[in-house]
Design a protein around this ligand. Structure first.
Ligand code: SF4
Ligand code: SF4
Length: 379
């Protein structure tokens, strides 16, 4: 008999699938949709969790189940008890990572990421010394902009455009570059190594009461999840926003109207989980984008598979392909997203065209591709 007292799950199964438009049952959980095995579903994960906590099974055989979850949070909204399954998954990952040397797959991942992140941080420090960059002066800065490693490594042009948007709006901002939040390690359970990156940022954020805008929803998620029992650091979570929430304030002036045909907006799951679904749509509509909705949208979005890519790459690709199928069915000319992980994942597919919301805001406010020649009011 399984002990239910640990997770509280009643095994009702609402977190796996729901009835959809034409009465066809579709999956809430992207992993379950692909794997079709109970032990990969949210309900299955909680059964495993209860078994592990009660000592009736060992951690090792279910290792890949907990690492398959994308932490998208779709299951939370469907659960009548509002059980926070991603949090339980994270708890299990922390438990594994504490003994990571026993698990070759995780061991390899942690070592690879530590080497890469350290190299990247050192390279950026060296760049600052080489170009004689002065230590940052944050006095009077109303906002911090944190790019994150994914945007900076894979989309440096977009990072430059974000800076231009902020300068153009006349905002005194401090751009945090060359730093990682430790997310790739922390979200995979490695507190031991991920925390040092997280703490350096935390120290910086504690210096001033400025609002913190994240370009990457994954970094934003890290600062929402990892809190401390200390009032000052917990106050930081009230100052956390996604960059699109800053654009909503900036796009009040005139700009160029854009024409990209039929466009779908893919809600990054970490933004949808925080309820940030209106801001990106308002921005896109105000700059002239012809938006159409995907079947699984807003708070019921479907993950692109990006967050599980680091450890379960094949699964991540299968989840991505499922989302791509949905995008193609909409006969959209472009898919736009607000997350560098989704962008990179979608860009690998040849027959869909991907846009970044930051680039579109830049084209509209500053100029560039596909803008109409006349400037219009963006109110
Ligand atoms: S967080 Fe997402 S991937 Fe993980 S169990 Fe829930 S729905 Fe499935
Ligand atoms: S996690 Fe919630 S929705 Fe899923 S089976 Fe358990 S109680 Fe039901």
């Amino acid at each position: 008999m399984i002990n239910l007292k640990f997770s509280g799950c009643t095994r009702c199964g609402y977190c796996k699938s729901r009835v959809y438009l034409n009465s066809e049952k579709i999956s809430v959980c992207p992993v379950w949709q692909i794997k079709k095995l109970e032990s990969y579903s949210p309900k299955g994960l909680l059964t495993l969790y209860d078994c592990i906590q009660s000592g009736s099974t060992d951690l090792k055989p279910s290792f890949d189940r907990f690492y398959s979850c994308t932490l998208c949070g779709n299951c939370i909204a469907m659960c009548p008890l509002n059980l926070d399954i991603p949090n339980i998954v994270l708890e299990m990952r922390k438990k594994y990572a504490a003994e990571y040397r026993k698990y070759p797959k995780l061991n390899k991942f942690i070592l690879k990421y530590r080497i890469l992140l350290n190299l990247w941080t050192k390279l950026n420090k060296f760049k600052n010394i080489l170009f004689l960059t002065n230590p940052p002066d944050t006095t009077g800065c109303k906002v911090y902009i944190f790019f994150g490693c994914m945007s900076q490594i894979f989309f440096p042009k977009t990072c430059k455009r974000i800076k231009s948007i902020i300068f153009n709006a006349g905002l005194k901002a401090y751009f945090i570059e060359g730093m990682c939040c430790g997310g790739p390690l922390l979200l995979n359970g490695s507190l031991k190594y991920g925390m040092s990156y997280f703490f350096s940022l935390m120290k910086m954020f504690l210096k001033q009461d400025s609002k913190i805008y994240f370009v990457c929803p994954h970094c934003m998620e890290v600062f929402k999840i990892f809190k401390f029992n200390n009032k000052k650091s917990n106050d930081i979570s009230k100052r956390i926003y996604h960059i699109t929430q800053l654009y909503t304030e900036i796009i009040k002036k005139e700009g160029y109207k854009l024409d990209y045909g039929r466009v779908v907006y893919h809600d990054p799951c970490y933004m949808a989980k925080c309820g940030i679904t209106k801001d990106p749509r308002n921005i896109l509509k105000s700059i002239g984008i012809n938006l159409i909705e995907l079947p699984r949208t807003k708070s019921s979005t479907f993950c692109c598979g990006g967050s599980t890519r680091l450890i379960e790459k094949e699964l991540s690709i299968e989840i991505r392909n499922e989302r791509v199928r949905e995008i193609k069915d909409c006969k959209a000319d472009f898919v736009v997203t607000a997350c560098p992980h989704c962008r990179r994942n979608f860009q690998e597919v040849d027959d869909i065209k991907v846009l970044d919301i930051n680039d579109l805001v830049y084209y509209s406010l500053i100029g560039g591709e596909k803008c109409h020649s006349n400037r219009i009011s963006l109110k």
